[in-house]
Design a protein around this ligand. Structure first.
Ligand SMILES: NC(=O)c1ccc[n+]([C@@H]2O[C@H](COP(=O)([O-])OP(=O)(O)OC[C@H]3O[C@@H](n4cnc5c(N)ncnc54)[C@H](O)[C@@H]3O)[C@@H](O)[C@H]2O)c1
Length: 248
């Protein structure tokens, strides 16, 4: 039996750590060829070595449009096309009330978490159209629908991602490119381990009615379902994986 993603080429931005790494693992296990595109080129290269010939590393800052165009070109020239993309790279930014947020921190979070996804789709969609269609998942967050104190830039970028996803889906679904977004609650990854103390993370557990934080593999499972042909009628929508965080 052929594997679910056999003969498909994927790009996962922020693929060297946390949620992105779990998505890379599931795609490679499903038979895809995956470009692990990450700011941390060395970590991406180490991961690509682990996965062998079906994975390749690409050092990129998704906030740099020319570098993102080169990333898409790399997938197309090396493997002959692009079928799947996960725009997952993201940063948390500093934790400060809005009036204290340094301007450069606001700009960097918007550049990476929002503009980086726009640049991704701007170059991924034409590449997908060149070979007959594809599927994109943009990594939003529960903070794409509810607020969170001291994270104005992050919350703004993730809310905007839902609109960007819907606009892209309206424009390209008919041409065979499905576009969806995923909203994880708090997931145990380096992103939150580096930005929140253990006490803050313990307090966050209480916000998740399921009684714990999420695991990267649980986000990867939803993401890879949305990328797969089993999700062939799903486009333009936002899908939670949040342990009932937003159900309260
Ligand atoms: N962990 C959570 O609780 C959580 C919750 C909701 C949404 N998310 C989102 O999931 C995504 C992945 O987060 P994670 O928790 O796995 O984080 P992580 O820090 O473990 O991994 C993020 C990866 O993105 C890379 N990256 C950062 N800036 C980049 C840039 N400018 N260009 C390319 N790569 C870049 C990093 O090098 C890293 O490998 C992010 O978009 C984040 O906002 C995370």
């Amino acid at each position: 039996m052929s594997k679910e993603f056999e003969d498909q080429v994927a790009i996962v931005t922020g693929g060297a750590s946390g949620i992105g790494k779990a998505i890379v693992a599931e795609l490679v296990a499903g038979g895809a060829k995956v470009l692990i595109a990450d700011f941390d080129g060395a970590a991406a290269a180490r991961l690509a070595d682990e996965f062998g010939e079906n994975a390749r590393a690409f050092a990129v800052d998704v906030a740099d449009a020319a570098a993102v165009e080169a990333m898409v070109h790399e997938a197309e020239t090396h493997w002959g096309g692009l079928h799947l993309a996960v725009n997952n790279a993201g940063v948390s930014g500093v934790s400060q009330p809005l009036a204290d947020l340094p301007l450069d921190n606001w700009r960097r979070v918007i550049d990476v978490n929002l503009n980086g996804v726009f640049y991704g789709m701007k170059y991924q969609i034409p590449a997908m159209l060149r070979q007959g269609g594809g599927a994109i998942v943009n990594m939003a967050s529960i903070l794409g629908t509810v607020g969170f104190a001291n994270s104005a830039a992050y919350v703004t970028a993730k809310h905007a991602l839902l609109g960007l996803t819907r606009a892209a889906a309206l424009e390209y679904s008919q041409q065979g490119v499905r576009v969806n977004s995923v909203g994880p609650a708090f997931i145990n990854t380096p992103l939150i381990e580096n930005s929140l103390s253990q006490a803050e993370r313990d307090a966050l557990v209480d916000q998740h009615p399921i009684g714990r934080l999420g695991r990267p593999e649980e986000v990867a499972a939803l993401t890879c379902f949305l990328l797969s042909r089993r999700a062939s009628f799903i486009s333009g929508s936002y899908h939670l994986v949040d342990g009932a965080y937003t159900a309260r």
